[in-house]
Every structure is written in C-alpha cells, then in structure tokens.
Design a binder for this molecule. Structure first.
Ligand code: GLC
Length: 539
C-alpha cells in the first residue's frame, strides 16, 4: 500500500518548548522562541513539529500537569503567540502537532479543586475517588510511575484519589461521560485553531480495571529496569484496559470529521508487539501513529535490531504504516546511550527504515546528556529516583558558539545547563561541515523524500550478513524497474566484509560522507567500523 498522507511521507520533529529558544530573557524557552527558529526546521527539511505541553500549569511535571487546557502558560507566551507560531509554521509548510494530556490534570485545575471540595461535588466523579481499605490503607496496591503509592488520601473528605504520576497529577475518570465530553471539547478548541494533530500522552492509562484489583508482582522485574520502582509490579490492572479502544475510535472519528488530514500520535509503552499493533484499530480506525519505542529501548546489537524491525513489520495490521523513534524528552540522549559513532548509524537507520521517523530536537547534533550537579536537578522523577532523572536529555538547544549558545541572552541563566561540548556541537558549527551529523541528517531527510525506494519502498531484511551488521533493501516496486536502496549498517567498531550480491551500486549517502557518489560492488563491500551506507542498486 503506497503512503499518500503527509504524516506517512513526512518527518516529525519534537520540540521541548522549555529548551528550544528563549525570547523573553527568563532562561526558559517559549513559543516565540520556537517561532524564531522555524526557518531552521524548514532548512532541516522536517514536515511537522510536535510541541510538548505549553498550557497553563504549575509546572510540577513541566507542563504535563495541566491546570487550563485552553490557555497558554505565561512562561511560554499567550494564545496570540501560539496563533503567530501556527500561522508562521503553516506559511512555511510546516505542520504543528500539540500534546494532549488526557489521563490527568494538575491538582490546581478548576475541575479538581471542585472535585475535591466535597463528596457531593458535581465534579466528584470526574476523578477517581475511592474509600480507604478497612485498615485505612489505599484502595489498591497500585504504584505511581514516579514512585510510591498511586493513591493520595484527601484528609478533608476522607477518600483517596488516584494519581498514576505525581500526587499533583490526579487521574481523570474517563468512564464518566462528562469527562470525555469535556476533554473532547479541548480537542475541538485546538482543532478549530488549526493544529494538525495531537500527540496523546500516556495513551494507555485512560482505561483501568473497573474493579481496581491489585497488581501481582512482576516475575522478571529486571525486564523493565529502565522504569525504576514501577518495574516491580505486573501492571495488569492500573492501565491498558481494552475499553481504551472504544475511546480511541471516538477520538479518531472526531479528528476525521475535520478537514485537512489531522493526525493522532499515541504514546504507547507495551513490550508486547501485538498489544501495540492493536492501537491502529481493527479497521485502522484508532491511532494513526502509535509510537513505536522498540528501538529506543533496544540493546544496540545488530541481531536485536533485526528482530525488532522484522517483528514490527510482521505485526503491522494490513495497510498500517510503521513509525520509529530514537529519542524523546523522557529518555537519555541517543549519543550518550550509544556513543557518537553509533548515534550516526542510528540516525541513518531511523531515516531509512520504512515508516514515519520522529526526531528529538538536538539529536541531529548528536547532543549528549547534560551533566548536572545535584542542585541543578529539576525533574520531579529525578528528585524522587535520581537514576530516573530526565533533565540530562532536556538541555537547551545550542544554536551557535556564543555565550549561552544563542538559546538565551548571554547574561541569563538557562533553566538547565547545556550539554557538554556545545561550544563546538551546535547548529552554526555543524551546518558548515558536510561530515557533521547535522549535515548528514539533513541530506538523509531530503533523500528519503526524493528517492521513491526510501519514500515508499517495501522493506526486506537481507539474510546472511556477518554478525554485528544489519542490512535491508527498500524496493519501490516488485518488478525491478526502479532502483532499490540497500542499507548496510555496521553496529560494531570493527570493519566487516559483506557479500550481498545485489550487483554494483552507487553510494547515495552514509555516515562517512567521503564515500558519497562512489561506485561499489555489493558482492564485496567492506563496511568500515561504525559505518552505515545507503547504496542505490538495481531493483
Ligand atoms: C508522559 C510524558 C512524560 C510525563 C508523563 C506524565 O510519559 O512523556 O514527560 O511526565 O507522561 O504526564
């Protein structure tokens, strides 16, 4: 099935608004700061930006605790600033996707203030309130993703409320039709303003076990070690109830009723590929882009990457379009996870696989994690579980080699420190160099748009390449009329000979740009250490 929609052929770029550009001198990025860098995004060649939350918020979880869904937090600007950003993005052909946080609000949201005011409040049922157990303890053993019980006792009304994240982020009860109506109105508010879609925060959390049963312990807690304390339970009941699907069908119908191909992207964490694939919907009537985080959490090993890619391709429902992610604001930076050399290989993989890539701001520069002193930690999760801190991957974007890197005025303290090496690893420095990761990223984005094999070709993993390598073919058609593209990746730091018998070819791009344009024989190809090659071959 040929991809025809903009979100299938396009590249999504995630902007963390606190860290992209500060226009008003407070050391925190804002909407006007994003607007001022739109030309960079056009130059880079991405098609859409997804902006993490900029709504009114006490910022306990940096905007994922929304206190007013239909207003902009003064830290980021105002609705007029959003309108300017949207209009200027659209004028440049860039789409704008905003974050939708359905599972919880801030405890300072008017709905929750009303809900907690008394057991008889008309909004009591908008959140999940339960009586204590007979011993006075919480209603179930559920734990918050950020650690500790997921239930907080409200002393004045004597009941517990559920918070799957911080206690300042009470969970809404989506089983209450009024909640669904109110939240769908939020979607309409932004759709009416012209946004091109939504990224749905923790999409699996909005339907839980209606009986609130206890979760059993996890038989292999080490499997989810990256989740900290949360890994100790098997999360059968606190999220992921199948009633989710009905909600996302309605969500999708709402989006589809608007003109202009609006898109839904879901944040989904599920180790089971079939469960993940289920979010496309039976008739592809749920989420357009159920985020596929399998590469993000993978051990960086060629056999493992191959298993993931083949597994995803095989699990896709008929007609469903894949997508790939290597980084986001919740994880360590790819360059720190894999090292600079493999970060280039990973970027090449991301931009040549079949499916929509989502690029996290700064990964195109190979930004490593920022190094923080304990007094610089800002992330609430990092304050509770230091190993889980997410600040290192959220450092300000370095635009140039001046003091404060063009992110904020030289005399202002940025909200987080820059990643090390930003005096050299910044946009201005890298756009000068054809060998930089930024230049490679830009070339590959263009190539995937222009080359039919990369834009729409089917995926076929090639058997028999040596250990530590992963090779695949992208073919635009079955009859060999159009050239195919061979992607050969060396995930090791030693050279690897490969013999692929796809005839002679021409290097279109690669991690080592001096190879670009060279003729190669795919039957005797020497992959250099940490090399990724994109080779045009006969179809
Ligand atoms: C998602 C967000 C994360 C946030 C959490 C709670 O996982 O990506 O940043 O803390 O949801 O809203």
């Amino acid at each position: 099935m040929r991809p025809t929609r903009w979100w299938q052929t396009g590249v999504v770029y995630q902007v963390y608004p606190r860290s992209f550009g500060d226009s008003n001198g407070d050391g925190v990025g804002d909407l006007e700061g994003i607007r001022r860098h739109l030309d960079y995004l056009v130059w880079l060649g991405v098609d859409a930006i997804w902006i993490s939350p900029f709504y009114r918020s006490p910022m306990k979880d940096f905007g994922y605790d929304v206190s007013d869904h239909t207003d902009v937090d003064p830290l980021f600007g105002d609705l007029a600033a959003f309108n300017r950003l949207l209009a200027d993005a659209h004028a440049r052909g860039l789409r704008v996707i905003v974050d939708f946080v359905p599972n919880h609000t801030s405890d300072q949201h008017a709905w929750f203030i009303e809900s907690r005011s008394s057991r008889d409040s008309p909004k009591r049922g908008w959140y999940v309130w339960r009586d204590p157990k007979p011993d006075g303890g919480p209603p179930s053993n559920w734990i918050s993703v950020f650690g500790g019980s997921a239930w907080a006792l409200d002393g004045s009304t004597g009941q517990y409320y559920l918070h799957s994240f911080l206690a300042e982020q009470p969970d809404l009860d989506w089983r209450n039709p009024d909640v669904k109506h109110a939240m769908f109105d939020v979607l309409r508010f932004w759709l009416d303003r012209g946004v091109d879609g939504f990224r749905i925060d923790v999409a699996q959390f909005i339907a839980k076990d209606p009986l609130y049963r206890d979760n059993p312990p996890h038989p292999e807690p080490e499997r989810l070690a990256h989740m900290g304390a949360w890994s100790r339970q098997l999360h059968l009941y606190d999220h992921g109830h199948p009633d989710l699907h009905g909600i996302y069908r309605e969500f999708r119908a709402l989006l589809d009723a608007y003109p202009g191909d609006r898109v839904s992207i879901g944040e989904l964490h599920d180790e089971q590929i079939e469960v993940w694939a289920g979010f496309y919907g039976h008739n592809l009537d749920e989420i357009h882009i159920p985020f596929n985080f399998h590469l993000l959490f993978a051990t960086w090993d060629a056999a493992r990457i191959r298993t993931i890619v083949d597994g995803i391709e095989a699990a896709l429902p008929v007609g469903a379009w894949p997508n790939w992610v290597l980084g986001n604001h919740d994880q360590r930076r790819i360059a720190s996870r894999l090292g600079q050399a493999q970060a280039r290989v990973a970027m090449l993989l991301l931009l040549t696989l079949r499916g929509t890539p989502t690029l996290y701001y700064g990964d195109e520069l190979g930004l490593p994690d920022a190094e923080l002193r304990p007094d610089q930690v800002r992330d609430p999760w990092g304050l509770v579980e230091p190993t889980q801190g997410r600040d290192p991957g959220r450092s300000p974007m370095p635009w140039d080699g001046t003091a404060n890197a063009g992110f904020c005025a030289p005399d202002v303290e940025p909200w987080l420190p820059f990643a090390p090496g930003h005096d050299r690893r910044n946009v201005a420095a890298q756009l000068e160099e054809s060998a930089s990761l930024l230049s490679m990223t830009r070339r590959l984005i263009r190539l995937r748009r222009e080359h039919p094999a990369l834009a729409e070709g089917v995926h076929r993993t090639i058997d028999g390449s040596p250990s530590g390598t992963f090779c695949f073919l992208r073919s635009p058609d079955g009859d060999g009329t159009h050239p195919a593209v061979l992607v050969a990746l060396n995930l090791t730091a030693e050279s690897r000979p490969i013999e692929l018998h796809h005839g002679s070819g021409r290097v279109l791009d690669g991690t080592h740009p001096e190879r670009i344009g060279a003729a190669v024989d795919t039957a005797a190809l020497e992959l250099r250490p940490d090399e990724g090659l994109v080779v045009e071959v006969a179809g």
